[in-house]
Ligand binder design. Structure first.
Ligand SMILES: [Zn+2]
Length: 105
């Protein structure tokens, strides 16, 4: 089990629908979107697997990399002039967006 899979299972909550952003619901075996009815059903009728599959996104690893890179850059940054400060603010805004997305908002 990867870290992302572990996090997805440990969180105990379902991320938003990856297609429409709708609320997800879990049943006995499957997870589905109450708005567009996108559904995922793990093999062997395993709800834990269905939840991991639903909560895992193809770009999770990229989001982790972006967060680490932005965090490191912001830690090194100094504002010497307006252009530097604009770049710093932009990096802060992108980092906040990455963290919101990772949190499933
Ligand atoms: Zn949906």
């Amino acid at each position: 089990m990867t870290t992302n899979e572990h996090d997805a299972k440990q969180s105990g909550k379902l991320r938003e629908c990856p297609f429409c952003g709708g609320k997800a619901i879990s049943g006995m075996f499957a997870v589905w979107c109450e708005h567009c009815t996108a559904e995922i059903n793990g093999r062997n009728q395993d709800i834990d697997e269905s939840i991991i599959l639903w909560n895992t996104r193809a770009d999770d690893a990229l989001m982790d990399e972006m967060e680490a890179a932005l965090d490191a850059m912001i830690g090194l940054a100094d504002c010497y002039d307006d252009d530097d400060c604009a770049a710093y603010d932009r990096a802060q805004n992108v980092l906040a967006s990455v963290r919101e997305r990772k949190a499933g908002k």
